[in-house]
Ligand binder design. Structure first.
Ligand SMILES: Cc1cc2nc3c(=O)[nH]c(=O)nc-3n(C[C@H](O)[C@H](O)[C@H](O)COP(=O)(O)OP(=O)(O)OC[C@H]3O[C@@H](n4cnc5c(N)ncnc54)[C@H](O)[C@@H]3O)c2cc1C
Ligand code: FES
Length: 351
C-alpha cells in the first residue's frame, strides 16, 4: 500500500459488455481479500499507475458470491474511461483504494422487502450489485429493476441480468425501457423520463408496494425520478450520482477585506495534522492534502463522498453536496472537498 492508501491490483480480465463499455475483474491475493470485501453498492477509487488521475467505479457484483469487478463506460474525450475501455489488458496493474460508500442496503436474511431500482446507462453498476446481493442473501425479498437505455446493444450486462432473472424468476422483475427501439409494450418504449416514470409507478410498479428505492444514472434522470417517487409517496429513496456540473466559482474577496484564516485540525489514519486554511480560499481538503497526501478523495466535485469527515469541533460550510444523506448531515459529516471553515478552529475526523 502506498502513502495515499492505494493497493496495486492485477487485472485478471477485461470483458467487453457493449461497444463502449468493459467489465474489469481484479485478481485479489489472499492477504488483500478482507481489505477489498465490498458491501452491495460500494465503489472503488482507481488510479492509473504513473498518473495522478483517479476516478471512482462502482463494484457491479454480488457482495457474497461475486469477484471484485467494476464496469466502465467510455466517455468520449474522458481521460481515464477511454484508456480503461480501449487500452487496459489482462495482466496490467491498477492502483485501487478499498471499497467505500454507503449506497446500498444492509442486507439481512431475515428481511422481507421489495426493493425498487431505477438505472440508466452505466448507472446499472451499483444496482446490479444491490440486486444480486439482495437475491443472494434475502430469500424473502424481491427486486424490481427499471433500466433505461437507447437500444438493446447499449444495455450493459444484458446477459447477466437475464441470468439473474432465470435464477430468480419470481423475485426479480426486470423492465428494460428503450428510447431508440420499439418494444411490445408502448410503456417501455421511449425515454425513461418524468412522464414515463409517472405512468410506470401508476401501473406496473406501484410505489406503495416498494419499501426502498435506489436510483443511479445521469443527473437529470435521477433528479426527476426522485421527485416522481417522492410525489407518489415513496418512503425511502437513495441516490447515487456519477457526475454533476461543477459548482459556480466562489465570489472573489472584496478589495480591502482582510484574509480570515482558520486553524483546521484533521485526524486520519490515527494521526493528527494542523493546517491554516483561508475561510474564502481553497477547500479544506486541498489544504489538508498539502501536509497529508493520504487524505482520501476522488472526484473533488461533491459527488463521490470519498473525502467524508465528521466535524468534531467548530463549523464548515459546503459549496455543494450530492453525496451525503440527511442522516449523515445530521451527524456532522461533511465533504471536505466542498468545505470552507466558518469558525476560528475546526476539528475534523476523516471517515
Ligand atoms: C460514486 C461514483 C461511482 C461511479 N461508478 C461508475 C461506474 O461504475 N462506471 C462508469 O463508467 N463510471 C462511473 N463513475 C464515473 C467515473 O468516475 C468517471 O467520472 C468517468 O469514467 C469519466 O472519467 P474520465 O476520466 O473518462 O472523464 P474526465 O476526463 O474526468 O471528464 C471528461 C469530461 O466529461 C465530463 N464528465 C465526467 N464524468 C462524467 C459522467 N459520468 N457523465 C457525464 N459527463 C462526465 C467532465 O466534466 C469532463 O467535461 C462513477 C462516479 C462516481 C462519483
Ligand atoms: S472527493 Fe468526491 S465528494 Fe469529495
Amino acid at each position: 500500500m502506498d502513502e495515499a492508501g492505494f493497493h496495486r491490483l492485477r487485472v485478471g480480465g477485461v470483458d467487453r459488455l457493449t461497444d463502449d463499455a468493459v467489465a474489469v475483474t481484479f485478481e485479489l491475493p489472499d492477504a488483500l481479500a478482507p481489505v477489498f470485501r465490498h458491501r452491495a453498492g460500494q465503489h472503488l477509487t482507481v488510479r492509473r499507475p504513473g498518473s495522478d488521475a483517479r476516478r471512482t467505479y462502482s463494484v457491479c457484483t454480488s457482495a457474497v458470491t461475486g469477484p471484485l469487478r467494476v464496469a466502465v463506460k467510455r466517455l468520449d474525450g474522458g481521460l481515464l474511461s477511454t484508456w480503461l475501455t480501449d487500452g487496459l489488458r489482462p495482466g496490467d496493474e491498477l492502483e485501487v483504494l478499498p471499497p467505500a460508500g454507503r449506497f446500498g442496503p444492509a442486507v439481512d436474511p431475515a428481511r422481507r422487502r421489495r426493493y425498487g431500482l431505477v438505472a440508466a446507462g452505466s448507472g446499472i453498476t451499483p444496482l446490479l450489485s444491490i440486486a444480486a446481493t439482495v437475491l443472494d442473501v434475502e430469500p424473502h425479498s424481491e427486486v424490481v429493476l427499471l433500466y433505461g437505455n437507447r437500444t438493446t446493444g447499449d444495455v450493459m450486462f444484458l446477459e447477466e441480468l437475464s441470468d439473474l432473472k432465470d435464477r430468480h424468476p419470481t423475485r426479480l422483475e426486470l423492465l428494460h425501457v428503450l428510447s431508440g427501439e420499439e418494444q411490445e409494450s408502448e410503456l417501455l418504449s421511449g425515454r425513461l423520463d418524468r412522464q414515463r416514470l409517472q405512468r410506470l409507478v401508476a401501473t406496473l410498479v406501484p410505489v406503495d408496494e416498494v419499501d426502498e428505492w435506489y436510483l443511479c444514472g445521469p443527473f437529470a434522470l435521477v433528479t426527476e425520478a426522485r421527485e416522481v417517487l417522492r410525489e407518489a409517496g415513496a418512503r425511502q429513496v437513495h441516490v447515487e450520482l456519477f457526475h454533476a456540473a461543477a459548482p459556480p466559482p466562489r465570489p472573489p474577496r472584496p478589495p480591502g477585506q482582510a484574509v480570515a484564516t482558520s486553524t483546521v485540525i484533521a485526524t486520519l489514519h490515527g494521526r493528527t495534522s494542523t493546517v491554516a486554511v483561508e475561510r474564502d480560499g481553497q477547500p479544506v481538503l486541498d489544504a489538508v492534502l498539502a501536509v497529508r497526501p493520504d487524505a482520501p478523495f476522488a472526484c473533488k466535485g461533491g459527488v463521490c463522498g470519498t473525502c467524508r469527515a465528521r466535524v468534531v469541533e467548530g463549523a464548515v460550510a459546503m459549496d455543494v453536496n450530492y453525496a451525503l444523506e440527511p442522516d449523515e448531515l445530521a451527524a456532522g459529516v461533511v465533504l471536505t472537498c466542498q468545505a470552507h471553515p466558518t469558525t476560528d478552529r475546526v476539528r475534523l475526523a476523516f471517515l
